[in-house]
Design a protein around this ligand. Structure first.
Ligand SMILES: Cc1cc2nc3c(=O)[nH]c(=O)nc-3n(C[C@H](O)[C@H](O)[C@H](O)COP(=O)(O)OP(=O)(O)OC[C@H]3O[C@@H](n4cnc5c(N)ncnc54)[C@H](O)[C@@H]3O)c2cc1C
Length: 357
Protein backbone atom coordinates (compact mmCIF):
# COMPACT_ATOMS: atom_id res chain seq x y z
CA UNK A 1 0.00 0.00 0.00
CA UNK A 2 2.77 2.47 0.80
CA UNK A 3 3.86 2.15 -2.85
CA UNK A 4 0.46 3.55 -3.93
CA UNK A 5 0.75 6.75 -1.93
CA UNK A 6 0.23 9.96 -3.94
CA UNK A 7 3.51 11.74 -4.78
CA UNK A 8 2.82 14.57 -2.29
CA UNK A 9 2.36 12.01 0.52
CA UNK A 10 5.66 10.35 -0.38
CA UNK A 11 7.33 13.77 -0.31
CA UNK A 12 5.76 14.47 3.08
CA UNK A 13 7.07 11.11 4.38
CA UNK A 14 10.59 11.86 3.09
CA UNK A 15 10.56 15.37 4.56
CA UNK A 16 9.35 14.11 7.93
CA UNK A 17 11.88 11.27 7.96
CA UNK A 18 14.66 13.74 7.13
CA UNK A 19 13.53 15.96 10.03
CA UNK A 20 13.59 12.97 12.40
CA UNK A 21 17.01 11.79 11.22
CA UNK A 22 18.49 15.27 11.73
CA UNK A 23 16.99 15.86 15.18
CA UNK A 24 16.75 12.43 16.78
CA UNK A 25 19.33 13.23 19.46
CA UNK A 26 17.67 16.43 20.71
CA UNK A 27 16.18 16.43 24.19
CA UNK A 28 12.38 16.41 24.41
CA UNK A 29 11.98 20.17 24.90
CA UNK A 30 14.29 21.08 22.03
CA UNK A 31 12.61 18.48 19.81
CA UNK A 32 9.21 19.99 20.58
CA UNK A 33 10.35 23.54 19.74
CA UNK A 34 11.92 22.38 16.50
CA UNK A 35 8.84 20.37 15.52
CA UNK A 36 6.58 23.34 16.30
CA UNK A 37 8.79 25.67 14.24
CA UNK A 38 8.80 23.30 11.27
CA UNK A 39 5.02 22.73 11.40
CA UNK A 40 5.14 18.98 12.17
CA UNK A 41 3.83 19.39 15.72
CA UNK A 42 0.59 20.99 14.50
CA UNK A 43 -0.33 18.65 11.63
CA UNK A 44 -3.32 17.14 13.43
CA UNK A 45 -5.13 20.47 12.91
CA UNK A 46 -2.99 22.11 10.19
CA UNK A 47 -1.72 19.80 7.50
CA UNK A 48 1.53 20.69 5.73
CA UNK A 49 -0.05 19.75 2.39
CA UNK A 50 -3.41 21.51 2.35
CA UNK A 51 -5.76 23.68 4.42
CA UNK A 52 -7.29 22.02 7.49
CA UNK A 53 -6.30 19.00 9.55
CA UNK A 54 -4.01 16.25 8.25
CA UNK A 55 -5.85 13.30 6.73
CA UNK A 56 -5.82 9.85 8.37
CA UNK A 57 -3.10 8.77 5.91
CA UNK A 58 -0.89 11.76 6.75
CA UNK A 59 -1.26 11.03 10.47
CA UNK A 60 -0.43 7.36 9.92
CA UNK A 61 2.67 8.26 7.89
CA UNK A 62 3.82 10.68 10.60
CA UNK A 63 3.25 8.28 13.51
CA UNK A 64 4.73 5.28 11.75
CA UNK A 65 7.82 7.35 10.82
CA UNK A 66 8.39 8.42 14.43
CA UNK A 67 8.05 4.85 15.75
CA UNK A 68 10.13 3.29 12.97
CA UNK A 69 12.93 5.67 14.04
CA UNK A 70 12.85 3.97 17.44
CA UNK A 71 11.20 6.92 19.24
CA UNK A 72 8.66 5.73 21.82
CA UNK A 73 7.20 9.04 22.97
CA UNK A 74 5.50 10.94 20.15
CA UNK A 75 4.13 13.71 22.27
CA UNK A 76 7.00 16.15 21.69
CA UNK A 77 6.97 15.66 17.93
CA UNK A 78 3.30 15.34 17.01
CA UNK A 79 0.80 17.40 19.00
CA UNK A 80 -2.58 16.10 20.18
CA UNK A 81 -5.53 15.31 17.89
CA UNK A 82 -8.76 17.31 18.15
CA UNK A 83 -10.52 13.96 18.81
CA UNK A 84 -13.92 14.46 20.41
CA UNK A 85 -13.50 18.26 20.15
CA UNK A 86 -13.60 18.18 16.36
CA UNK A 87 -16.35 20.51 15.01
CA UNK A 88 -17.07 21.98 18.47
CA UNK A 89 -18.62 25.39 19.28
CA UNK A 90 -16.51 28.59 19.16
CA UNK A 91 -16.56 28.79 22.95
CA UNK A 92 -15.14 25.27 23.38
CA UNK A 93 -12.68 25.92 20.58
CA UNK A 94 -11.35 29.06 22.30
CA UNK A 95 -11.27 27.66 25.85
CA UNK A 96 -10.26 24.04 25.28
CA UNK A 97 -9.42 22.95 21.73
CA UNK A 98 -7.05 25.75 20.69
CA UNK A 99 -5.09 25.80 24.00
CA UNK A 100 -4.83 21.98 23.81
CA UNK A 101 -3.51 22.03 20.25
CA UNK A 102 -0.96 24.72 21.16
CA UNK A 103 0.20 22.64 24.13
CA UNK A 104 -1.02 25.27 26.67
CA UNK A 105 -3.65 22.91 28.12
CA UNK A 106 -3.49 19.14 28.56
CA UNK A 107 -6.45 16.79 28.21
CA UNK A 108 -7.08 13.25 29.43
CA UNK A 109 -9.69 10.77 28.22
CA UNK A 110 -11.85 9.13 30.91
CA UNK A 111 -13.47 6.13 29.29
CA UNK A 112 -12.89 2.87 31.20
CA UNK A 113 -15.50 2.28 33.90
CA UNK A 114 -14.47 1.11 37.35
CA UNK A 115 -17.73 -0.83 37.60
CA UNK A 116 -19.39 -1.65 34.27
CA UNK A 117 -22.68 -2.43 36.04
CA UNK A 118 -22.77 1.13 37.41
CA UNK A 119 -21.34 3.32 34.66
CA UNK A 120 -20.62 7.01 35.01
CA UNK A 121 -23.79 9.04 34.48
CA UNK A 122 -24.76 12.61 33.70
CA UNK A 123 -28.14 14.19 34.26
CA UNK A 124 -29.61 17.64 34.10
CA UNK A 125 -30.28 19.01 37.60
CA UNK A 126 -31.13 22.70 38.07
CA UNK A 127 -29.90 23.45 34.54
CA UNK A 128 -26.42 21.97 35.25
CA UNK A 129 -25.11 18.63 34.01
CA UNK A 130 -24.37 16.63 37.16
CA UNK A 131 -21.85 13.81 36.83
CA UNK A 132 -21.44 10.80 39.12
CA UNK A 133 -19.29 7.70 38.76
CA UNK A 134 -15.78 6.30 38.80
CA UNK A 135 -13.32 5.80 35.94
CA UNK A 136 -10.55 3.33 36.50
CA UNK A 137 -7.47 4.01 34.38
CA UNK A 138 -7.26 7.60 33.15
CA UNK A 139 -3.87 8.27 31.56
CA UNK A 140 -2.13 11.53 32.51
CA UNK A 141 -5.08 12.58 34.73
CA UNK A 142 -2.69 14.03 37.33
CA UNK A 143 -1.35 16.71 35.02
CA UNK A 144 -4.38 17.25 32.82
CA UNK A 145 -6.20 20.60 32.79
CA UNK A 146 -9.46 19.03 31.64
CA UNK A 147 -10.95 15.59 31.07
CA UNK A 148 -13.12 14.29 28.27
CA UNK A 149 -15.50 12.08 30.21
CA UNK A 150 -17.61 9.46 28.44
CA UNK A 151 -20.92 9.12 30.31
CA UNK A 152 -24.43 7.71 30.04
CA UNK A 153 -26.73 10.71 29.85
CA UNK A 154 -30.05 10.28 31.61
CA UNK A 155 -32.88 9.57 31.12
CA UNK A 156 -32.26 7.77 27.82
CA UNK A 157 -28.70 6.51 28.58
CA UNK A 158 -27.19 8.04 25.41
CA UNK A 159 -23.35 7.83 25.41
CA UNK A 160 -22.10 11.43 25.35
CA UNK A 161 -18.83 13.17 26.17
CA UNK A 162 -18.54 15.94 28.77
CA UNK A 163 -15.69 18.40 29.10
CA UNK A 164 -14.79 18.66 32.78
CA UNK A 165 -12.11 20.93 34.25
CA UNK A 166 -9.80 18.72 36.29
CA UNK A 167 -9.96 21.04 39.30
CA UNK A 168 -13.79 21.01 39.44
CA UNK A 169 -15.37 20.49 42.82
CA UNK A 170 -16.29 16.81 43.35
CA UNK A 171 -13.42 15.32 41.36
CA UNK A 172 -10.91 13.20 43.25
CA UNK A 173 -7.97 11.16 42.05
CA UNK A 174 -8.15 8.16 44.38
CA UNK A 175 -5.10 6.34 43.22
CA UNK A 176 -2.29 7.24 40.84
CA UNK A 177 -0.05 4.54 39.44
CA UNK A 178 2.47 3.80 36.71
CA UNK A 179 2.10 0.98 34.18
CA UNK A 180 4.99 -1.06 32.74
CA UNK A 181 5.39 1.19 29.70
CA UNK A 182 6.18 4.11 32.03
CA UNK A 183 2.86 5.95 31.59
CA UNK A 184 0.94 7.38 34.56
CA UNK A 185 -2.76 6.80 35.24
CA UNK A 186 -5.35 7.51 37.92
CA UNK A 187 -8.62 6.21 39.21
CA UNK A 188 -10.96 9.20 39.09
CA UNK A 189 -14.18 9.67 41.09
CA UNK A 190 -16.91 12.13 40.04
CA UNK A 191 -19.11 13.00 43.00
CA UNK A 192 -21.91 15.36 41.93
CA UNK A 193 -19.56 17.26 39.62
CA UNK A 194 -21.50 20.09 37.99
CA UNK A 195 -20.71 21.52 34.57
CA UNK A 196 -22.62 23.97 32.36
CA UNK A 197 -24.78 22.35 29.68
CA UNK A 198 -22.69 23.80 26.85
CA UNK A 199 -19.76 21.58 27.93
CA UNK A 200 -21.72 18.44 27.14
CA UNK A 201 -20.89 17.46 23.56
CA UNK A 202 -24.28 16.62 22.09
CA UNK A 203 -22.74 14.85 19.12
CA UNK A 204 -22.99 11.12 19.87
CA UNK A 205 -20.12 10.54 17.42
CA UNK A 206 -17.69 12.46 19.66
CA UNK A 207 -16.70 9.43 21.77
CA UNK A 208 -16.34 7.26 18.65
CA UNK A 209 -14.13 9.92 17.06
CA UNK A 210 -11.71 9.80 20.00
CA UNK A 211 -11.68 6.01 20.04
CA UNK A 212 -11.10 5.77 16.26
CA UNK A 213 -8.15 8.12 16.47
CA UNK A 214 -6.67 6.35 19.48
CA UNK A 215 -6.89 2.92 17.82
CA UNK A 216 -5.46 4.09 14.51
CA UNK A 217 -2.67 5.86 16.41
CA UNK A 218 -1.79 2.63 18.26
CA UNK A 219 -1.85 0.72 14.97
CA UNK A 220 0.57 3.16 13.32
CA UNK A 221 2.88 3.16 16.35
CA UNK A 222 2.81 -0.66 16.41
CA UNK A 223 3.72 -0.97 12.74
CA UNK A 224 6.52 1.59 13.11
CA UNK A 225 7.91 -0.27 16.13
CA UNK A 226 7.70 -3.60 14.27
CA UNK A 227 9.69 -2.09 11.39
CA UNK A 228 12.31 -0.68 13.79
CA UNK A 229 12.53 -4.03 15.58
CA UNK A 230 12.99 -6.06 12.39
CA UNK A 231 15.75 -3.66 11.30
CA UNK A 232 17.49 -3.95 14.70
CA UNK A 233 17.20 -7.73 14.58
CA UNK A 234 18.62 -7.86 11.04
CA UNK A 235 21.69 -5.97 12.25
CA UNK A 236 21.99 -8.22 15.33
CA UNK A 237 21.78 -11.42 13.28
CA UNK A 238 24.44 -10.24 10.83
CA UNK A 239 27.03 -9.71 13.62
CA UNK A 240 29.64 -12.37 14.21
CA UNK A 241 28.33 -14.77 16.83
CA UNK A 242 30.58 -16.35 19.47
CA UNK A 243 29.67 -19.80 18.05
CA UNK A 244 31.38 -18.81 14.78
CA UNK A 245 29.80 -17.24 11.70
CA UNK A 246 26.63 -15.23 12.07
CA UNK A 247 23.20 -16.36 13.27
CA UNK A 248 21.74 -15.14 9.97
CA UNK A 249 23.34 -18.21 8.34
CA UNK A 250 21.30 -20.70 10.43
CA UNK A 251 18.18 -22.10 8.78
CA UNK A 252 16.24 -22.33 12.06
CA UNK A 253 16.86 -18.61 12.65
CA UNK A 254 15.94 -17.75 9.06
CA UNK A 255 12.55 -19.46 9.31
CA UNK A 256 11.62 -17.46 12.42
CA UNK A 257 13.06 -14.23 11.03
CA UNK A 258 11.05 -14.52 7.79
CA UNK A 259 7.80 -14.81 9.75
CA UNK A 260 8.55 -11.47 11.39
CA UNK A 261 8.97 -9.84 7.99
CA UNK A 262 5.81 -11.49 6.62
CA UNK A 263 3.69 -10.37 9.56
CA UNK A 264 5.10 -6.84 9.58
CA UNK A 265 4.41 -6.57 5.85
CA UNK A 266 0.80 -7.74 6.39
CA UNK A 267 0.23 -5.34 9.31
CA UNK A 268 1.63 -2.41 7.34
CA UNK A 269 -0.61 -3.20 4.36
CA UNK A 270 -3.64 -3.38 6.65
CA UNK A 271 -2.76 -0.09 8.33
CA UNK A 272 -2.54 1.86 5.08
CA UNK A 273 -5.68 0.29 3.64
CA UNK A 274 -7.66 1.21 6.75
CA UNK A 275 -6.31 4.77 6.78
CA UNK A 276 -7.25 5.13 3.10
CA UNK A 277 -10.83 3.92 3.58
CA UNK A 278 -11.19 6.07 6.69
CA UNK A 279 -10.71 9.14 4.48
CA UNK A 280 -13.79 8.27 2.38
CA UNK A 281 -16.07 6.76 4.97
CA UNK A 282 -16.71 7.59 8.60
CA UNK A 283 -18.35 4.26 9.42
CA UNK A 284 -15.16 2.24 9.74
CA UNK A 285 -15.08 1.42 13.45
CA UNK A 286 -14.91 -2.34 12.70
CA UNK A 287 -12.03 -1.95 10.24
CA UNK A 288 -10.08 0.33 12.59
CA UNK A 289 -10.72 -2.12 15.45
CA UNK A 290 -9.50 -5.10 13.38
CA UNK A 291 -6.39 -3.10 12.47
CA UNK A 292 -5.70 -2.20 16.11
CA UNK A 293 -5.89 -5.86 17.12
CA UNK A 294 -3.73 -7.15 14.29
CA UNK A 295 -1.07 -4.42 14.42
CA UNK A 296 -0.65 -4.43 18.22
CA UNK A 297 -0.41 -8.24 18.35
CA UNK A 298 1.98 -8.35 15.40
CA UNK A 299 4.27 -5.75 16.97
CA UNK A 300 4.25 -7.57 20.31
CA UNK A 301 5.01 -10.96 18.69
CA UNK A 302 7.72 -9.41 16.50
CA UNK A 303 9.57 -7.88 19.44
CA UNK A 304 9.11 -11.00 21.58
CA UNK A 305 10.76 -13.18 18.91
CA UNK A 306 13.37 -10.53 18.14
CA UNK A 307 14.42 -10.54 21.81
CA UNK A 308 14.62 -14.34 21.78
CA UNK A 309 16.78 -14.38 18.65
CA UNK A 310 18.99 -11.50 19.83
CA UNK A 311 19.74 -13.05 23.22
CA UNK A 312 19.88 -11.76 26.79
CA UNK A 313 21.60 -8.49 25.91
CA UNK A 314 18.32 -7.24 24.44
CA UNK A 315 16.62 -7.66 27.83
CA UNK A 316 19.01 -5.34 29.65
CA UNK A 317 17.01 -2.37 30.94
CA UNK A 318 17.57 0.53 28.56
CA UNK A 319 17.97 -1.65 25.47
CA UNK A 320 15.67 -0.57 22.61
CA UNK A 321 14.00 -3.98 22.33
CA UNK A 322 13.30 -4.21 26.06
CA UNK A 323 11.54 -0.82 25.98
CA UNK A 324 9.57 -1.70 22.84
CA UNK A 325 8.50 -4.98 24.47
CA UNK A 326 6.95 -3.06 27.38
CA UNK A 327 5.29 -0.52 25.10
CA UNK A 328 3.78 -3.10 22.72
CA UNK A 329 2.58 -5.22 25.65
CA UNK A 330 0.52 -2.37 27.04
CA UNK A 331 -1.15 -1.64 23.69
CA UNK A 332 -2.92 -5.02 23.66
CA UNK A 333 -5.00 -3.72 26.60
CA UNK A 334 -4.97 0.06 26.12
CA UNK A 335 -7.67 1.41 23.80
CA UNK A 336 -9.85 -1.59 24.69
CA UNK A 337 -8.65 -5.15 25.38
CA UNK A 338 -8.10 -7.06 22.16
CA UNK A 339 -10.52 -9.81 23.27
CA UNK A 340 -13.37 -7.37 23.89
CA UNK A 341 -12.57 -5.71 20.57
CA UNK A 342 -12.79 -9.10 18.84
CA UNK A 343 -16.28 -9.51 20.33
CA UNK A 344 -17.17 -6.04 19.01
CA UNK A 345 -16.18 -7.02 15.49
CA UNK A 346 -18.53 -10.00 15.59
CA UNK A 347 -21.25 -7.83 17.11
CA UNK A 348 -20.71 -5.33 14.28
CA UNK A 349 -21.57 -7.89 11.65
CA UNK A 350 -24.18 -10.01 13.46
CA UNK A 351 -26.10 -7.15 15.06
CA UNK A 352 -25.41 -4.13 12.83
CA UNK A 353 -24.51 -5.72 9.47
CA UNK A 354 -21.38 -3.55 9.42
CA UNK A 355 -17.78 -4.33 8.45
CA UNK A 356 -15.81 -5.09 5.28
CA UNK A 357 -13.30 -7.76 4.34
C1 LIG B 1 -1.26 1.82 29.07
C2 LIG B 1 -2.74 1.96 29.27
C3 LIG B 1 -3.35 3.20 29.08
C4 LIG B 1 -4.72 3.35 29.28
N1 LIG B 1 -5.26 4.61 29.16
C5 LIG B 1 -6.58 4.79 29.41
C6 LIG B 1 -7.15 6.11 29.35
O1 LIG B 1 -6.47 7.11 29.08
N2 LIG B 1 -8.47 6.25 29.61
C7 LIG B 1 -9.25 5.18 29.92
O2 LIG B 1 -10.44 5.40 30.14
N3 LIG B 1 -8.74 3.93 30.01
C8 LIG B 1 -7.43 3.71 29.76
N4 LIG B 1 -6.87 2.44 29.87
C9 LIG B 1 -7.71 1.32 30.30
C10 LIG B 1 -8.02 0.36 29.18
O3 LIG B 1 -9.00 0.91 28.31
C11 LIG B 1 -8.50 -0.94 29.89
O4 LIG B 1 -7.38 -1.49 30.55
C12 LIG B 1 -9.07 -1.92 28.91
O5 LIG B 1 -10.25 -1.41 28.33
C13 LIG B 1 -9.37 -3.26 29.60
O6 LIG B 1 -10.18 -3.06 30.71
P1 LIG B 1 -9.72 -3.64 32.14
O7 LIG B 1 -8.32 -3.29 32.37
O8 LIG B 1 -10.75 -3.20 33.11
O9 LIG B 1 -9.80 -5.21 31.97
P2 LIG B 1 -11.10 -6.13 32.02
O10 LIG B 1 -12.19 -5.52 31.20
O11 LIG B 1 -11.39 -6.47 33.41
O12 LIG B 1 -10.59 -7.41 31.25
C14 LIG B 1 -9.68 -8.34 31.83
C15 LIG B 1 -9.53 -9.51 30.87
O13 LIG B 1 -10.77 -10.18 30.68
C16 LIG B 1 -11.11 -10.21 29.33
N5 LIG B 1 -12.57 -10.04 29.23
C17 LIG B 1 -13.32 -9.12 29.87
N6 LIG B 1 -14.63 -9.28 29.53
C18 LIG B 1 -14.68 -10.34 28.66
C19 LIG B 1 -15.72 -10.99 27.96
N7 LIG B 1 -16.99 -10.59 28.04
N8 LIG B 1 -15.40 -12.01 27.14
C20 LIG B 1 -14.12 -12.40 27.00
N9 LIG B 1 -13.08 -11.83 27.64
C21 LIG B 1 -13.36 -10.80 28.46
C22 LIG B 1 -10.35 -9.03 28.72
O14 LIG B 1 -10.12 -9.19 27.34
C23 LIG B 1 -9.06 -9.07 29.48
O15 LIG B 1 -8.21 -10.05 28.93
C24 LIG B 1 -5.51 2.24 29.66
C25 LIG B 1 -4.92 0.99 29.81
C26 LIG B 1 -3.55 0.83 29.62
C27 LIG B 1 -2.94 -0.53 29.81
Amino acid sequence: MTEFLAPELKMFRDKFQHFLNENINLNSQAMRSKSLAKGFYSISHQSMLHDGPATALEMVIARESVASSGILDHSNIIGPDPGALMNCSDEIKNNYLDPMLKGDKKASFAFTENDFKNPTTGELIDSKVTINGKKSYVSRAVDSDFMLVVLNFMPDNSRLVAIVDSNSEGISLNQTFESLDGSTHSEVTFDNVKIPQNLLLKNVQAATQNILQERLEMSAISVGLAIFTVNELTANLLKTHRSGGSLSDREGIRLKYSDLRINTYAARSMLYRTAAILEDNENVINEVTATKIFCTETAFNVVDTAIQLSGGESLIVGNHLEAIFRKTRSMKLAGGSNEILRLNISKGIFEFDSGTL
